[in-house]
Design a protein around this ligand. Sequence first.
Ligand code: MG
Length: 339
Amino acid sequence: MQLKFYPYTLRLKKRFTISTHSRLTTPAVIVEIEHDGVTGYGEASLPPYLDEDQQSVISFLNKVNLNQFNNPIDLDSVIQKINETELGNNVAKAAINIALHDLVGKMLDVPLYRYLNILKKDDNFSSYTLSISDPKSLKERIKESSKYKFLKVKLGSKDDKKIIKTIRSVTSKLLFVDVNQGWSDKYFALDMIGWLKDQNVILIEQPLPKENLKDTSWLTERSPLPVIADETIKGFNDLHKIKNVYSGVNIKLMKAGGINQAYKMIQKSRELNLKVMIGCMTETSCAITAASHLSPLADWVDLDGAELISNDLFSGMKIIDGKIVIPESPGLGVNKLTN
Ligand code: MG
């Protein structure tokens, strides 16, 4: 197997603002693994709040020696060995993990969801994210996202109610709310959640700071809406600490360390009686399509990351009438676009 990788900068169509930061680009690293004339694609996406960056990903990938493996189809043991290269580095591991799944799916001539024994389902919808912005831009973005059934609204600003009222002036779609740790007081959070429930919001993601499990547990017990962990969870080993603290977890390939790792997180979450959202960073259609193969296993799906960028390198998963259409071609089912 031959490993190739290169840095790539994802350009956001619109400024992306959440409670903790604002940005116009997201650094990424694209990975290609070639074996017997077949190429598998993978991707690391590196928004600023992660512990990894392009340099750390490249440095990890430089340490991976794929020449020691002559049978990629023995995927679990290949992945295990790669993951043992060094602790952490989940985003770098995700990139290589995605590429290996793509390669093996292509070699076996089977789409990834079938390789994983996942059954497609009919009511598989993704949300579309509205980052924090002024009323005029919010309305424009709602217009542009007409094909989505759900909207995911970023809150945690001083104008939270105004943002929701603006959205409600133009659409009655069901809303997810993601606070990105933006509320600091549990009583304020509980009041807001009560108000949001009346606005047809169906879940609240990461309302309080990620380390504040005591107040989050208090809040979840009283909240009329499910409270979902995102920033609190960095990977599989964190899941046990949120049982009875959150109602569910947002699982992302980048944080999990790839496809089979995210699948294990889904299974563990079910054991812990946690609801599951499959989410993403801003990513190309490569990683988004990879995550879409797991989406039938989730209660909620937020896979709009490729829709938010203007320089997607791949085509793959599509949203048609709000529904996620998982590709039927082998592997991830992505095609690299020439640029
Ligand atoms: Mg989130």
